[in-house]
Design a protein. Structure first.
Lengths: 276, 304
């Protein structure tokens, strides 16, 4: 039994000086979450990529004896599919981190409400959460790329480094719309919908495992709307060293605009949910 | 510390707060008493800068929540009605990450956590997961968290709702100590005993309006008699019997399960009832409470 102590050093609590300063105040929150969850992440980060490369790239790919001209310049199927799997991995992380966890923070544990009671604003919360998923995706995709490098599927170091950094943009292009979706729905039942009708078809038909030209002229145009196709094609150009700068610009612009618009909308949606 | 003039809050067509005037001075424990739906929580949310007022003027620390929300929130402590703890983190980490939101240095946050855990008697639970705590412990942890920034005003929305009596008394004791330490308390409650125990000053809210304002004792003196005689008759008899005893008291309230006779001498009222050959199943004489004030002002009971 002690009385309320007001002793010790007393730094005055403050409002954050800016957007980044506010988001950085949440760094310790996300590190604490990492300290709690990293064990579960080890399998998905290190083991799953290796299984995919082995099963789809090496064992299934061993049956694929295609002319490099039909594989967008890749000398083997493994070299073709590797960058696709990296970009799809970045997308998967966005879906995993911004669906159920967001619902938990909003509805089940209401942690967002505790955050908004502090001097932090929705813009800080969103920046910290997206910044965290970018770091997580860069780490996971970095490991994935290292695994792939051992199979000798990359052309240049600079290309691989660029492909790695591009995953930050790829993950954002998915994290922002998924966050917006998660903040907009009432119950978690809707997640089954975006996993089945969103993530899985995107993974299968965005040029990850075969060139979208194989879909035929009409469906090929449809596939070009897929953000994952832009991510896959961009990553592939970089790892294969077959750069078409015009297409690079289109891919970066498409992913960037998508991320920026959904980012802005997600902040508005979070504010709408928390402040009323 | 807080001043509101003609403060309003509407949600579509529904008016939750219909123009209230409130002034809270430093160091006071100020209560908002009222039933569910009276507009207490809406008022709290406006003060906590998470709900823009629909009309009127609101100042907290002399600042406008619409413009200086973050600056105000830096100096407030908020203990919400529903716990918003991270149940997957342990007790210590819940406090630690929260302290960082206020821009406090890591070492200082750690020092404060030790003090606060001691204050809310959770030191030996520091490494326990929140999920494993009892309801009362969670509440105490939420209070500790709301104190991490050494707030000038601590806002508590229904601090003991849902807790068992023993846990409530522990919370009251802690809040009383905070009050003694000079922290301004702002609390909502629909428990009259909580308001009587903790509040120096309170407003009674009903349907979005303030219907009375004063000290707990002052309100009782102003709106009720010293004592209340409660008479319990058979089911359904109360309405009919009221006419036979109403002249015995200054005022009478008919509830579905009993009659309340307001008088400065309750025992004399009971004696007079018996002398009229009426035989209540049970009788009780007690002092008037805020419940009676509320009943008098609104014609309804606080807790349904």
């Amino acid at each position: 039994m002690t009385d309320y102590a007001d002793s010790g050093p007393a730094t005055a609590p403050t409002a954050p000086a800016g957007l980044v300063a506010g988001a950085l105040r949440m760094g310790d929150y996300w590190l604490t979450v990492l300290a709690r969850t990293w064990k579960g992440g080890v399998i998905t980060t290190f083991v799953t990529p290796f299984f995919y490369v082995l099963a789809l790239g090496v064992l299934l790919g061993g049956f694929v004896d295609a002319d490099p001209a039909t594989l967008e310049g890749a000398s083997t199927y493994l070299a073709f599919v590797a960058p696709g799997m990296v970009a799809a991995h970045a997308m998967t992380i966005a879906f995993a981190d911004l669906t159920y966890p967001v619902m938990g923070m909003l509805k089940w544990q209401r942690i967002y409400y505790s955050m908004i009671a502090s001097p932090l604003a929705p813009s800080h919360i969103v920046l910290a959460q997206l910044g965290w998923v970018v770091l997580r995706a860069l780490f996971a995709c970095g490991v994935f790329l290292l695994v792939l490098a051992a199979f000798g599927v990359f052309e240049t170091v600079a290309g691989v480094l660029a492909a790695w950094l591009v995953q930050g943009l790829v993950v954002l292009a998915f994290a922002t719309p998924v966050l917006l979706f998660s903040l907009s729905i009432k119950g978690e039942e809707s997640f089954a919908l975006i996993f089945r009708l969103g993530m899985i078809p995107l993974t299968l038909f965005s040029g990850t495992f075969f060139p979208i030209g194989n879909l035929g002229p009409v469906l090929e145009k449809v596939a070009m709307v897929s953000p994952l196709w832009h991510g896959v094609d961009l990553t592939r150009m970089l790892t294969l060293g077959e750069l078409d700068w015009g297409m690079v610009a289109i891919h970066v612009a498409y992913l960037g605009v998508l991320a920026a618009v959904c980012w802005w909308l997600a902040i508005r949606k979070l504010a709408e949910r928390l402040v009323s | 510390m807080i001043s509101a003039r003609g403060l309003r809050k509407s949600f579509g067509d529904f008016e939750a707060v219909r123009g209230i005037d409130v002034s809270v001075r430093p160091g006071v424990a100020f209560g908002f008493l009222g039933p569910n739906g009276a507009g207490k929580s809406s008022t709290m949310r406006m003060i906590c800068c998470v709900s823009p007022p629909s009309g009127g003027e609101l100042r907290v620390f002399g600042m406008d929540p619409a413009k200086d929300g973050p600056k105000i929130k830096a100096r407030l402590g908020v203990c919400p009605q529903e716990d918003t703890l991270d149940v997957e983190l342990n007790v210590y980490d819940n406090l630690y990450v929260y302290g960082r939101y206020f821009g406090l240095p890591r070492a200082e946050v750690k020092g404060r956590i030790d003090e606060l855990l001691d204050f809310v008697q959770l030191t030996d639970k520091a490494k326990a997961k929140v999920d494993d705590l009892s309801g009362g412990m969670k509440r105490r942890l939420t209070i500790a968290r709301s104190l991490i920034n050494r707030p000038e005003i601590l806002v508590l929305d229904e601090p003991t709702t849902g807790l068992d009596p023993q846990a409530r008394h522990v919370i009251w004791d802690r809040l009383f100590r905070l009050k003694q330490a000079g922290v301004t308390l702002l609390l909502t409650t629909h428990y009259m005993d909580e308001a009587e125990q903790l509040c120096d000053e309170l407003v009674v809210m009903d349907q979005g309006r303030i219907v009375a304002h004063g000290t707990p004792l002052g309100l009782i003196q102003q709106h009720s008699t010293r004592e209340v005689a409660e008479l319990r008759f058979g089911v359904g008899e109360h309405e009919a019997l009221a006419a036979k005893v109403e002249d015995l008291a200054e005022r009478i309230e008919v509830l579905p399960d009993r009659l309340l006779l307001y008088s400065d001498d309750g025992e004399a009222v009971i004696d007079a009832v018996h002398s009229r050959d009426l035989s209540p199943v049970a009788t009780l004489v007690r002092r008037s409470s805020l419940e009676d004030v509320f009943l008098h002002l609104t014609g309804r009971t606080l807790v349904d």
